[in-house]
Design a protein around this ligand. Structure first.
Ligand code: SAM
Length: 285
């Protein structure tokens, strides 16, 4: 069954009386080439945790290259469809649930004992940021995260400092992974087509964070505060978030990053790390 064929998609739709729900981000991929690129990017063998299998379009080739695939799908109407489309695959397990409410640590432990694991997904766009933030902040024991997201989001996640796309989520992403845009996918490659183009982003999880910090929670707080009001200087942003007098904060910033009137988007990861360590020391005297 070729689920990338619009004719096959229509046939499955009519067999199950299925209509797409826009609110669940149901834009199904129809590009075989893109599926192959996602599978290649996740690597051969091991376990795959898939988010949002839809009709099973990506699940099928993943199951052909991986040892085991576990897919979490929120839409109950898709369960009988997936039973049908994945009937010939005995290494796939479908879990009905919301990825944002699933305990992924315990799922990985139970479903993939002694297996290297990667995450793969054509993500529903309405929850892209919370899903990626969760995957990164929870430090899941995974080797890579390969996701289809809006092109702009992929650019933001993989941006370089000093560019307009660089934000708190970029720093989080570069703190624990090495992000790389694998390919850009036009909106016309989906059924129904979304309003924007997409991109496949591979985030290779680093064995150790790219910078060392004394307190990781504080580091994330400093980063989020630095980007909270883009038109304000770093000094004003940080004074709003931390109970440190302005002259003292100015000194900490200048020790870590030079000029206190710099803006958050110009700081490198190393400068954020140094600044958060100085704030940590100042708050713990
Ligand atoms: N994997 C399929 C493909 O590539 O064609 C479908 C991708 S579609 C963009 C997103 C899928 O995620 C849909 O099947 C949708 O029902 C499912 N979904 C939406 N919200 C979800 C959630 N919170 N948890 C798990 N799955 C969700």
């Amino acid at each position: 069954m070729d689920l990338t064929s619009p004719k096959e998609i229509r046939s499955v739709q009519s067999k199950f009386g299925f209509t797409f729900k826009k609110g669940l981000g149901q834009n199904f991929l129809t590009s075989r080439e893109t599926l192959d690129e996602i599978v290649r990017a996740t690597g051969q063998g091991g376990g795959i945790l898939e988010i949002g299998p839809g009709f099973g379009t990506l699940t099928q080739p993943l199951a052909e290259s991986a040892e085991k695939v576990v897919s979490i799908e929120l839409d109950e109407r898709l369960l009988p469809v997936l039973d049908y489309t994945l009937a010939g695959y005995d290494n796939v397990k479908i879990i009905h649930g919301d990825v944002l409410k699933t305990d992924l640590h315990s799922l990985i432990k139970t479903e993939f004992p002694d297996m290297s694991v990667s995450v793969a997904a054509n993500l529903p766009y309405y929850i892209t940021t919370p899903v990626i933030t969760r995957l990164l902040e929870e430090k899941l024991p995974v080797e890579s995260i390969v996701v289809m997201v809006q092109k702009e989001v992929a650019e933001r996640l993989s941006a370089r400092e000093g560019t307009k796309d660089y934000g708190a989520i970029t720093v989080l992403c570069r703190y624990c992974t090495e992000p790389e845009i694998v390919t850009v996918v036009p909106a016309s490659m989906f059924v129904p087509p979304p309003k924007v183009d997409s991109a496949v982003l591979k985030m290779k999880v680093l064995p150790e964070p790219s910078v060392r910090v004394k307190d990781e929670k504080l580091f994330f707080k400093v980063v989020k505060a630095s980007f909270a009001q883009r038109r304000k200087t770093l000094l004003n942003c940080l004074c709003t978030a931390f109970p440190i007098p302005k002259p003292d904060m100015a000194r900490l910033i200048s020790d870590a990053a030079g000029n206190p009137s710099r803006r958050g988007e110009t700081l490198s990861l190393g400068e954020f790390a140094k600044l958060s360590d100085l704030i940590y020391e100042r708050m713990n005297v």
